[in-house]
Design a protein around this ligand. Structure first.
Ligand code: GLV
Ligand code: GLV
Length: 326
């Protein structure tokens, strides 16, 4: 019998084609995520799972999947998967790093520009039929040139954002678990500073670190308080990095100038009143959503499954210990 591969959501054909014919595919054809119960039922005889960042793959789910060998997450972040439980059970977890770096950095800049230059507000204004000619005071926003971009998390995506920021004539300060190499810092013209210092100095603060429990609400009320009054906050990483309720209060009282969010603490739910604010731009988790990037992610996620089921070690293993413990 061919191994069964569960795919929890429709995805680009290029990825499906790699699996089709080789394995028994069980694809969720519905235009919504699978429920927890559906996932449980699907997995009982599955050898591989190709899942999305909004599927929670925890120990209870894994226990009902005795044949499961690989969890291939269609995302770079793997905070939806219990890595330790997977390792204990000998299940390999893979992700899709690298291919989405530039797309995510592009979206970060799109958001930064949109919130600063009030693009979404302007669009709404025109559609509402309110535009009656040029006005020197109409939707006056902020500048990027000469301003300081604070980057928290200087991995691949943080660095790609820094490269873009240089082109806009911005000054770059960053914080990361460890400073980047001198060579990289020099190329990016980025200087390292302690977390609070980055927050204090930033005219724009952008988050690019992975989510793990230690960084839950990294940007909490106390830290929002030390942001400059005219500063903007951008989040394309994970919603729970940020205390969303506290952010709403700060935005309401205009204690910071604005925010642009691609990710939310309890996706798809939003903090109350968030949608009522004019100084926030909201997009539905689109960081990697370019056609080319999604195609590459689907291919990469499918390749990991082919590798593992054909007896090879996939290239992008997240829980590397799973190989060491054998
Ligand atoms: C998107 O959020 C990802 O982790 O790939
Ligand atoms: C993700 O790819 C990162 O390292 O920032």
């Amino acid at each position: 019998m061919r191994p069964k591969v569960v795919i929890t959501r429709k995805m680009p054909e290029e990825g499906l084609r790699l699996l089709d014919g080789k394995y028994t595919i069980n694809l969720n054809e519905k235009d919504r995520p699978v429920t927890r119960n559906e996932l449980k039922e699907l997995l009982f005889d599955a050898s591989a799972l190709l899942c999305m960042l909004n599927d929670t793959v925890d120990e209870a789910i894994l226990k009902g999947a005795p044949k499961l060998k690989i969890v291939s997450n269609l995302a770079v972040g793997t905070n939806n998967v219990d890595l330790k439980a997977c390792t204990r059970m000998g299940i390999v977890v893979t992700n899709t790093p690298g291919v989405l770096t530039e797309a995510t950095a592009d979206l970060t800049f799109a958001l930064l520009l949109a919130v600063t230059r009030r693009i979404v507000e302007g669009d709404r204004f025109i559609r509402d039929g309110k535009f009656d000619g040029w006005d020197p005071l109409l939707f006056v926003g902020g500048d990027l040139y000469g301003k300081t971009l604070g980057i928290i998390g200087m991995g691949r995506i943080g660095q790609a954002v820094a490269r873009r920021a240089r082109g806009f004539g911005m000054k770059i300060v960053y914080n990361n678990r460890k400073p980047v190499s001198e060579e990289t810092a020099r190329l990016l013209e980025a200087s390292y500073a302690p977390l609070e210092e980055v927050i204090r100095q930033a005219d724009f603060l952008t988050l690019h670190l992975p989510y793990y429990p230690e960084v839950h609400h990294l940007i909490n009320g106390e830290r929002l308080k030390i942001m400059k009054p005219g500063a903007y906050l951008i989040n394309t990483a994970r919603g729970a990095h940020l205390d969303e309720k506290s952010l709403v209060e700060h935005l309401k009282e205009k204690r910071i100038a604005g925010a642009a969010l691609d990710v939310f603490e309890n996706e798809p739910e939003l903090a109350p009143s968030l949608t009522g604010l004019d100084n926030v731009v909201l997009v539905p988790h689109l960081g990697s959503a370019s056609a080319h990037t999604r195609k590459k992610m689907a291919v990469m996620a499918a390749e990991s499954i082919c590798d593992l089921l054909d007896g090879r070690k996939p290239e992008r293993v997240v829980n590397r210990e799973v190989y060491e413990q054998e």
